[in-house]
Design a protein around this ligand. Structure first.
Ligand code: FAD
Ligand code: NAD
Length: 411
């Protein structure tokens, strides 16, 4: 009989799991322990509307009053320092312990740091929580020059927001294109052109080697000698899973807590969800997906599994971003074999969808300013609907027709 569930991490995945446990009728104790001093909030807004000052604070995931009404024992501003999987207890920094029947790890990721000369100088930021976003917002604006080290999702979203606020912005990206991890070369190059149109300076193949300044950062210097003056620096070079508690407890980890498609770890009573979980992918392999929607879906799956109704749910990564005034929605991985097929023409103001097609099935799709097409593309990807490149490129064919083909094939 499960009487007590402890959730470590009071972010999106932790809060979604708590809600899901109650929605599924679990009436036992739920303890949620979070290092941050507040209940779960929306991180995506931190690089967008909150950083722009359009929102004073990020929206909450659930109304703060919900936790008391759902009888959740919140321990906020509290860091868990270890887990004992034998006695089934977690230990707080204060020395306090909590016993559990099931434990859910939802500790997320942390911004990767750079251990190079000058990294301790004032004016160097990372962006993961509300305090980071607030601190960065104070130092952007006309007359300020921001150098962003790392041209991935955070780098390009912040470049957009900072540029709109009148900041001089330079991105230093180590790779030969922006956004390669999630969007691939074609869209990376398109985003680069769009950011340049906004006035963002972009340096590719730029490996930061040290920071210059006395007390406060004044410039970033690259390994090949390129030097860019800076009042403010943002380091956005990726994330590291916060899996140290699991590793120390002997739970199998490999860039995140290794879990099966129900969120179960190598330790029978311990589950992991969200950014910290290396979750099985439909296409094979396991990794942390680092997206909002996958974190929510994983939390719901693991809540059911903890209550004894495991329904395996392999994942297809799905996400969105807002760069240079364009909204992009993504499903699947663009890295991988197959053919890249384009539908639409974004330069002429039409919605555009890019597909990665392999053996007559869509493995991945990215839609630019094309929300309707994306919702159909998602169903094509999830349903593994057979399609051809010719059909996808044919503007006279409504993509919805392809879903009907699938329905006919199934009858
Ligand atoms: P988190 O939200 O990081 O929560 C983990 C919590 O665990 C944290 O509060 C942390 O303090 C706590 N914790 C860690 N260790 C301990 C410990 N030992 N004891 C107690 N508590 C602990 N995704 C999208 O799909 N689209 C977007 O547009 C998008 N934009 C983003 C913009 C920014 C700036 C950032 C940072 C992320 C963005 N994401 C986006 C990613 C998305 O926010 C994450 O995928 C999601 O927040 C993951 O949820 P999580 O609960 O797993 O982790
Ligand atoms: P990222 O992986 O998207 O991008 C990191 C970039 O930094 C890559 O392009 C990489 O080539 C580059 N890089 C790595 N080392 C470098 C170096 N030494 N010098 C210069 N460039 C270097 O990671 P991120 O943008 O830092 O995002 C961190 C986390 O936040 C991720 O979990 C991400 O999913 C999440 N996030 C998601 C969204 C979204 O989904 N829209 C938005 C913002 C943040």
């Amino acid at each position: 009989m499960i009487k007590t569930i402890v959730i470590i991490g009071a972010g999106l995945a932790g809060a979604t799991a708590a809600r899901s446990l109650r929605a599924q009728g679990y009436q036992g104790k739920i303890h949620m322990v979070g290092e941050e001093a507040c209940v779960a909030y929306d991180r995506p807004s931190l690089s967008k509307d909150v950083l722009a000052g359009k929102l004073g604070d990020p929206p909450f995931i659930m109304d703060p009053f919900w936790y008391a009404s759902a009888d959740i024992d919140l321990h906020l501003g509290v860091r868990v320092t270890s887990i004992d999987v034998v006695s089934r207890q977690v230990l707080f920094e204060s020395g306090h312990t909590l016993a559990y029947d099931r434990l859910l790890l939802a500790t997320g990721v942390r911004a990767r740091r750079m251990a190079i000369m000058g990294c301790e100088l004032a004016g160097i930021h990372t962006l993961r929580d509300n305090a980071d976003s607030f601190a960065l917002r104070q130092v952007l604006g006309p007359g300020k020059s921001l150098v962003i080290v790392g041209g991935g999702l955070i780098g390009c979203e912040v470049a957009t927001t900072a540029r709109k606020a009148g900041t001089t912005v330079t991105i230093l990206e180590a790779g030969d294109e922006l956004l390669l991890r999630v969007l691939g070369h074609k869209i990376g190059a398109w985003c680069r052109a769009e950011l340049e149109l906004m006035g963002v300076r972009i340096e590719l193949n730029a490996q930061a080697s040290h920071f210059e300044g006395k007390g406060h950062v004044r410039a970033v210097v690259c390994a090949d000698g390129r030097r860019v003056a800076a009042d403010v620096v943002l380091i956005s070079i990726g994330a590291e899973p916060a899996d140290e508690l699991a590793r120390a407890a002997g739970i199998a980890c490999e860039r995140g807590v290794l879990v099966d498609a129900t969120g179960a770890s190598s330790c029978p009573e311990v589950f992991a969800v969200g950014d910290v979980a290396a979750w099985p992918l439909r296409a094979g392999g396991r990794r942390s997906l680092e997206t909002y929607m996958n974190s929510q879906m994983q939390a719901e799956t693991a809540a059911a599994a903890m209550l004894g109704t495991p329904v395996p749910a392999p994942q297809v990564p799905t996400s969105w971003t807002e760069i240079a005034g364009h909204r992009m929605q993504m499903i699947g991985d663009f890295g991988g074999p197959g053919e890249i097929v384009l539908r639409g023409d974004v330069q002429n103001g039409q919605p555009l969808v890019l597909f990665r097609l392999l053996d007559g099935r869509i493995e991945a799709a990215t839609a630019i300013n094309a929300a309707k097409e994306f919702s159909i593309a998602t169903r094509l990807v999830v349903g593994r609907v057979p399609v051809s490149a010719k059909q996808l490129q044919d503007a006279s064919l409504n993509l919805r027709e392809l879903l009907k083909t699938k329905a006919q094939l199934c009858t």
